[in-house]
Write a protein that binds this ligand. Structure first.
Ligand code: PLP
Length: 388
């Protein structure tokens, strides 16, 4: 074989290598292995899954929950989720409208891949969770950002959203309570967005993973404001039950979408993990007061955030839900990535640069309410000092 016979290895897939990465993971890597760091970068609390859920999952595994399940999850879990959602919103939900997924991220992946073709457009929030854009990118569709400016309480303007809708638009993604903002969409805005979806024949993909953590006002689900044939609600167990590592989420959507979303899981994960599905069943069947206790913890930390930034313009909007604060760093004169790196280097506080949530969000940094109260207060004091 001569040198000329050896062909150069062909390049990796363009779509994979150009996928935008989340800076959440980047900061996490920089902070990894440092015992002195205040970890406010990942949306995961310092406490773990309640013992009774863990115990029940182990019991179920010993009893045989170790095998493949149907693509969309076990019939029992789908029925239990349908029951929970139905009870919450005072209406019947059929189990064939539920697809169980690998984390809420799996639900988003399946939902977006179920509805878009390459070249389609999807409306995404700015600021918004970066994984939305990564999924849209992988699908070959195009992300079109709508603004949620601080001056508007980090809420969208449905009229401005409507101006972005074109012939290739397939879906609108919303997030309430919002990550990274903690904004909770009022009923009026939800209804207007629901009407938009109807007028333009779009799917409304509503990420409601923080639905159980609302400090003021009410959580309004997309299920309440738009017809069943176009609403796709994404939720899961990671946040409500502190079950991030179990990787269990779900979709509530039209049966046709649930069937396609389930089928899409076959070549990706086959099905959600059986032990985790058993844990999720236990979570739904057990004492639901844990959710209220978690919510109280996050509300208390939200109050600490308000106390530390009380007389400062760095907290333009008080979070009403989820467990994040989106802090304005304009006074520092720095871009958000440089600021986040300096904050970590000099103050040992890990937080996420706003730019990762969208091009209009570079003037902010996100903190998660994920360390115990006194450490949280100290980390925020350091953050405030670093802004100047
Ligand atoms: N949606 C939002 C807005 C999130 O913040 C997260 C996780 O941080 C998810 C979805 C994904 O949740 P899961 O861990 O269940 O995949």
């Amino acid at each position: 074989m001569t040198v000329l016979d050896i062909a150069r290895v062909r390049p990796l897939a363009d779509r994979a290598t150009t996928m935008p990465r989340s800076a959440i993971r980047e900061i996490m890597m920089l902070a990894a292995g440092r015992s002195d760091v205040f970890h406010l970068e990942v949306g995961e609390p310092e406490f773990g899954t309640p013992d009774w859920i863990v115990d029940e999952a182990f019991r179920a595994v010993r009893a045989g929950a170790t095998r493949y399940t149907p693509n969309s999850g076990t019939q029992r879990l789908r029925a239990a989720i349908a029951g929970r959602v139905g009870a919450k919103f005072g209406r019947g939900v059929e189990p064939d409208r539920v697809a169980v997924t690998t984390g809420a991220i799996g639900a988003l992946f399946s939902a977006i891949f179920a509805v878009v073709d390459p070249g389609d457009e999807v409306l995404l929030p700015d600021p918004g969770w970066p994984n939305y854009e990564s999924i849209v990118h992988l699908s070959g569709a195009r992300a079109v950002r709508y603004a949620q400016p601080a001056g508007q309480g980090f809420l969208p303007d449905p009229a401005a959203m409507e101006r972005l809708i074109g012939p290739r638009t397939k879906a609108i993604v919303i997030s309430t309570p919002g990550n990274p903002t903690g904004a909770v969409f009022p009923r009026k805005i939800m209804e207007e967005i629901g009407r938009l979806a109807v007028r333009h024949g779009l799917y409304l993909i509503s990420d409601e993973v923080y639905e159980d953590f609302v400090f003021e006002g009410e959580h309004v689900s997309a299920l309440e404001v738009a017809p069943d044939d176009r609403v796709i609600v994404v939720s899961g167990f990671s946040k409500s039950y502190a079950m991030t590592g179990w990787r269990l989420g779900y979709l509530v959507c039209p049966p046709t979408v649930a069937a396609v979303a389930g089928a899409i899981q076959e070549p990706v994960t086959s099905c959600p993990s059986a032990p985790s599905q058993a844990a999720a069943e236990a979570a739904l069947a057990g004492d639901q007061s844990v959710i209220g206790r978690f919510c109280d913890i996050y509300r208390r930390r939200r109050d600490i955030l308000v106390e530390v930034f009380d007389d400062s313009s760095a907290l333009p909007v008080v979070p009403q839900g989820a467990f994040y604060g989106f802090i304005a760093i304009g006074a520092s004169g720095e871009r958000s990535l440089a600021f986040a790196k300096r904050l970590l280097q000099e103050q040992s506080v890990a937080a996420v640069p706003g730019i990762t949530f969208g091009p209009q969000s570079d003037g902010f940094i996100r903190v998660a309410f994920t360390v115990e109260d006194s450490r949280f207060r100290e980390a925020l004091r350091r953050l405030r000092g670093a802004i100047g």
